[in-house]
Design a binder for this molecule. Structure first.
Ligand code: C2O
Ligand code: CU
Ligand code: CU
Length: 488
């Protein structure tokens, strides 16, 4: 059982987030309760889905169409497909290449990836590679969209540390619904240094893309803005509450919270620890042995779980201690079934990587995140009192500068997080204290719970141009909680 002390050890939870019982505390609501209430009668009863009834699948790795010494070229088509999530029903999804989540792209540090994205959907899309250092025209900015029927070529230099990135839609005002309906895919950068470590690899290196959804009795996804109370069906790699048959050995899991607005506090049902080896921006310096993983929307945790600690026959549920929603649904994510023994020559070295040395900051800026939480019907969300305006640049940053960004959530109930495009940053402080080990690596998304202030150290030394920053609860971004920085 997850204790409150362990939850606090994760370093990201404050009073009131996890109730005394741990599970089933519907406390991480995102405000604006009236807008989130179920639309009674209009949408139909929720679908009933059995748990641990289907196996986990692993998204296939996409093969390049063509490879040169310097570049891998890919083709991706965005289209609608039908897929079974609710037994006996076909759910319509928006997809990359017909898959939910889309195919995984594996890149090599220093080798460019060029993707031609073709939009066969009936609305504009924009493909953003979350966590990547990219030239501005390939960032997938909200207004830089691909019209229905059109294509666009995105170029990713991959001049950054080995890391687990995420590509997802970012079309202005529609990203929230578009991602909810499926436009989401994993992108992995590998490099020599990481490969030399001997971490679990190949079939033992598995992405776990966690999301939630609201399915009606016909199996269709229901999208209502900020509908955090009703998205109670959990899927991992596209399957509802799957089981995964594992060998009694070490596995590497790249866990992505790809939900729109749900915070996760993950643990194993037997209280066993996992070894966190990486964050959003790649490997930590040292492994962090932890009983819990706290992931807000957009955050990744790279972990190793050693199933050789458990006898063959053991079943471990990956649990989530945070609401909102019924614990028998949102409290469970998937199940690991230890079914066989296996050889294992992988290791988790005590020294994983060296982070780039922090630069000295010359500029301090403050950002206040706030959304209307008085129950009004059309709540807006703000950064420094303003909603997003794609025609406005909020912050101008000379190229090469290092800055401290203090980000405050001034809501009393709603959690937020904060994501910058283009850069990986360091978390300097959370509420005046040094961050815990789970935030000691490079990050591109950081949790900012109600009343909290985080201080980030950010160096802008890659590309120039106008890039967004925003709360990564997609629905909040769509309500306006997004700004723009220009690096010049
Ligand atoms: Cu996943 Cu604008 O970001
Ligand atoms: Cu991003
Ligand atoms: Cu938010």
């Amino acid at each position: 059982m997850l204790s409150r002390r362990n939850a606090l050890k994760a370093g990201v939870l404050t009073t009131g987030v996890v109730g005394a019982a741990g599970l089933a505390s519907p406390v991480l609501g995102s405000g604006a309760a009236s807008a989130a209430e179920p639309v009674a009668g209009a949408i139909g009863a929720p679908a009933v889905i059995p748990q641990f009834a289907v196996p986990l699948t692993v998204p296939p790795v996409l093969s390049p169409l063509l490879s040169s010494g310097t570049t891998d070229y890919y083709l991706v088509t965005m289209k609608k497909v039908l897929k079974e999530v609710v037994p006996g029903k076909q759910t319509e999804f928006y997809t990359y290449n017909g898959l939910v989540p889309g195919p995984t792209i594996k890149a090599r540090r220093g080798k460019r990836v060029v993707i031609r994205q073709t939009n066969q959907l009936d609305m504009p899309v924009s493909v953003h590679l979350h966590g990547a250092e990219v030239p501005v025209d390939s960032d997938g900015a909200p207004m830089n969209t691909i019209a229905p029927g059109a294509s666009k070529v995105y170029t990713y230099p991959n001049n950054q540390r080995a890391s687990t990135l995420w590509f997802h839609d970012h079309a202005h005002h529609h990203e929230s619904e578009n991602v909810y309906r499926g436009l989401s895919s994993v992108y992995v950068i590998n490099d020599d240094a990481e490969q030399a470590l001997g971490l679990p690899g190949g079939a033992y290196d598995v992405p776990l893309v966690i999301r939630d959804g609201r399915y009606d009795e016909n199996g269709q996804l229901v999208y209502v803005m900020d509908d955090f109370l009703n998205r109670t069906t959990i899927t991992v790699n596209g399957s509802p509450w799957p089981y995964y048959q594992v060998a009694a050995r070490k596995y590497r899991f790249r866990i992505l919270n790809s939900t729109n607005v749900r915070f996760l506090l993950l643990s194993l049902s037997n209280g066993g620890t996992v070894t966190q080896i990486g964050t959003d921006g790649g490997l930590l310096e040292r492994p962090n042995e932890t009983p819990v993983l706290a992931l807000s929307p957009g955050e990744r945790a790279d972990v190793v779980i050693d199933f050789s600690r458990y006898p063959v026959g053991t079943q471990l549920v990956l649990q989530n201690a945070l609401g909102p929603g019924p614990a028998d649904q949102v409290g469970k994510i998937m199940r690991f079934d230890v079914v066989r023994t296996a050889a294992d020559n992988s290791t988790v070295p005590a020294r994983l990587s060296t982070l780039p040395a922090p630069q000295t900051a010359t500029v301090n800026r403050s950002f206040e995140l706030r959304m209307d939480e008085d129950g009004r019907l059309d709540p807006q969300a703000y950064i420094n009192g303003q909603t997003y305006d794609p025609a406005r640049v909020d912050v101008r940053i000379p190229w090469g500068s290092t800055e401290v960004w203090s980000v405050t959530n001034s809501n009393t109930r709603a959690p937020h997080n904060f994501h910058l495009h283009l850069v990986q940053f360091r978390v300097l402080e959370r509420n005046g204290q040094a961050p815990g080990p789970a935030e000691a690596g490079l990050k591109d998304t950081v949790q900012v719970l109600a009343g909290e202030t985080v201080k980030l150290l950010v160096t802008f030394n890659s590309y120039r141009g106008v890039y967004p920053y925003h709360c990564h609860m997609f629905d909040h971004g769509a309500m306006g909680m997004m700004g723009q920085m220009e690096i010049y």
